[in-house]
Design a protein around this ligand. Sequence first.
Ligand code: RNT
Ligand code: ZN
Length: 413
Amino acid sequence: MTRYESAREKYAALGVDTEQAIETLAGIPISLHCWQGDDVLGFDGSDALSGGIQTTGNYPGRARTPQELMDDIEKAVSLMPGKKRLNVHASYAFLGDDKGKIDRDAYEPRHFAPWVAFAKKLGLDGIDFNPTYFGHPMVKDGLTLSSPDEQVRAFWVRHGVVCRRIAQYFADEMGTPSLLNVWIPDGLKDVPADRLSPRIRLRRSLDEIFAEKLPGVIDAVESKVFGIGLESYTVGSNEFYQNYAATRGVCCLLDNGHYHPTEVVSDKIPALLAFHDRIALHVTRGVRWDSDHVVLFEDELREIATEIVRNDAVGKVLIGLDYFDASINRIGAWVTGQRSMEKALLSALLMPHDALRALQDTAQFGRLMFSFERQKMMPLGDVWEEYLSRQGLSEDWYGEIENYEKEVLVTRK
Ligand code: RNT
Ligand code: ZN
């Protein structure tokens, strides 16, 4: 008997079908953030990250050109199991001769055509999109869509409008809807004199951006608790966006680095599922703050995956990755994070959820605790290796990263 066969029997004894789990896992799309490869700089002129977010580290081999970034994504994707989407930021426009002539408020689908060709070449499931409200001179006094300066506010509204059309283009080209996520950095370093007016302006800006009906676009808004240098006030707070989303019929995007440290996104998912058909996630790992460390196979990630699976919300919860680590090989970071998400989903798919729920409903809490603890010692790794091998992959992948580093990355001086 192989290790997998033995694992299959052990799970079957708990009422879990490993074959079904493997099949389901292979069909769950994970959206890969293009910005891990170049420290979130983009192609349209920014040379430093701003907006209260930060990459730390100076590991050699950062992708400096669109081609390098695509090469790196291709390498990363070749080591990732499962179904993948690409998540692009507007700052990753291919401007060509339009550089310096066309600004972010006038980007067009054609500036993103190479991403479509690339995603098709890699056989990706679709492309998600994000307007880029940072790393640009029109961010005035740290503000964009909530700015009291009407020229600034209108510029960023136009940016949102053109970005949604680009997302519709991605949807048309790829044949799957495109998630369009709005995150803005707007906030204040110190005590505000007016907390309401910026939010009223943001509400208006969002209404203007989302006015056009675009059937292929899933609109989302991403809240945050604070940013670096913006510690005292965040315009787009959790309460603001949850109410915005609920009243406008758009989707909440939960970034698990964007809450107070003892709040957990795993509990927010079922709270929102009581009201929303769709939720989006930015999966990240905050260490002491929203540090965007590489995602690891940890307890809260498992709990997030468990809430998706046990509530039959695969397909309702759109999973995207959002971290940026410049202190280690960036391609290895991509793969580690994506595989961690996959492992968490597999672990969730291998739990006997109906039986566990029945224990809760009949108040058998001692047995429920016992069952959770027993679950932790089940041979998850054997099923994981089987899943990988069916996709032509293995657990021993880091050598590929080291070779690529030797052959490609070190030449980027
Ligand atoms: C910032 C948000 C946002 C960004 C990306 C680059 O705190 O998490 O999602 O990380 O858009
Ligand atoms: Zn995010």
